[in-house]
Design a protein around this ligand. Structure first.
Ligand code: GDP
Length: 335
């Protein structure tokens, strides 16, 4: 198959659930080339009526907590017991300094990768946090249009990428280790607060008791957070991916929360809010792009930065001046 398809070829392939075309379409939306971007925009618009019919689950946890092993076990459970088609997107922002991937280059989720009911898509390398939300949302939409009913978005549990993912999913599952010393294991309080469900991993063998103790501790700690508008306060469970235990309880908890939100109209509300927020983010991005494309504005920008640094003007005044120049530029290019 050729590397690039046309709009109709992408749309048809996706409608048929063709995984090769789906993978190509995700590559297209990840591309930063203007020609690809234009086609990606058209494609997302075209598939829009086929989107929205999935449960979108974000999963996070520090490296080593057992994310990929868990997703293999949980994914198998979803496919075998609930007969659902499952897509897994991983989001792994690399540090611009190291370009290193935290999730690692090893083949992850090997079994699921071979399963015809699953689609596993690792993140593109060198991804900056800024573009994650946009690309993740588009990839979710593409997977939905291709008929995937459960979408898991996996992220690394170290900060900003969780915020980006939270804006794109319905539920957030946080994986934690028992007795790993540091109470929150480098998981920031903000991430704990985002979690709808917390699962203590590796609850097997000698670790089982510790996992149960950790479960009560975390359950207690999470009770101190205010329940969200739906009245849900996060549930803490234990699981062992190795023994394939606890998967049903986690699945049932997610379904329970889904029903609770649906009954109150909150699921739709949450998604609508996300769509509108997405629109505003796109607008901000477009404005920024327009601004950055103008050589004269960039020159002026540099000059104003110097003025601010030398205390000749205030940041507020400099920003105002940039805005005026921008408006002027738009006016002159229009006429
Ligand atoms: P990730 O970095 O969060 O994706 O973690 P991995 O899934 O790669 O798991 C890290 C290590 O924990 C591996 O050596 C796994 O074999 C081990 N592990 C994962 N899940 C379990 C489990 O349920 N029980 C036990 N005992 N070990 C596990």
């Amino acid at each position: 198959m050729k590397a690039r398809l046309n709009l109709q070829e992408y749309a048809n392939g996706i409608a048929k659930g063709d995984r090769v075309v789906l993978a190509k379409a995700i590559t297209l939306v990840e591309s930063t080339l203007p020609v690809d971007r234009a086609l990606a925009d058209q494609l997302i618009e075209k598939i829009l009526p086929r989107t929205g019919n999935s449960i979108r689950i974000g999963i996070t946890g520090v490296p080593g907590v057992g994310k990929s092993t868990f997703i293999e076990a949980f994914g198998k459970h979803i496919i075998e017991t609930h007969k659902k088609k499952l897509a897994i997107l991983t989001v792994d922002p690399s540090s611009p300094l190291t370009k290193g991937s935290i999730l690692g280059d090893k083949t992850r989720m090997e079994e699921l990768s071979r399963n015809m009911m699953a689609f596993v898509r690792p993140s593109s390398s060198g991804e900056a946090v800024g573009g994650i939300t946009h690309r993740t949302r588009e990839a979710i939409h593409l997977c939905e249009a291709a008929g995937f009913e459960i979408i898991i978005v996996e992220t690394v549990g170290v900060g900003q990428s969780e915020v980006a993912v939270k804006k794109s999913v319905d539920f957030f599952l946080l994986l934690m280790l028992a007795g790993a010393g540091d109470e929150l294991q480098g998981i920031k309080k903000g991430i704990m607060e985002m979690a709808d469900v917390v699962a203590i991993t590796k609850a097997d063998g000698e670790n089982k008791n510790k996992a149960n103790e950790a479960r009560s501790e975390y359950q207690h700690a999470l009770h101190l957070f205010r329940p969200d508008v739906s009245g849900w306060s996060p549930k803490v469970l234990t699981c062992s991916a190795l023994l394939q235990e606890g998967m049903d309880a986690i699945w049932n908890t997610i379904v329970e929360l889904q029903q609770l939100l649906q009954n109150q109209g909150l699921l739709e509300y949450r998604r609508n809010q996300q769509q509108v927020e997405w629109m505003h983010e796109c607008f901000d991005q477009l404005l920024k792009q327009q601004f950055e494309q103008s050589a004269s504005l960039q020159k002026k920008n540099k000059h104003l930065e110097n003025e601010v640094l030398n205390r000749r003007t205030t940041p507020q005044q400099a920003a105002q001046s940039m805005l005026s120049d921008f408006i002027e530029l738009l006016r002159t290019t229009k006429s």
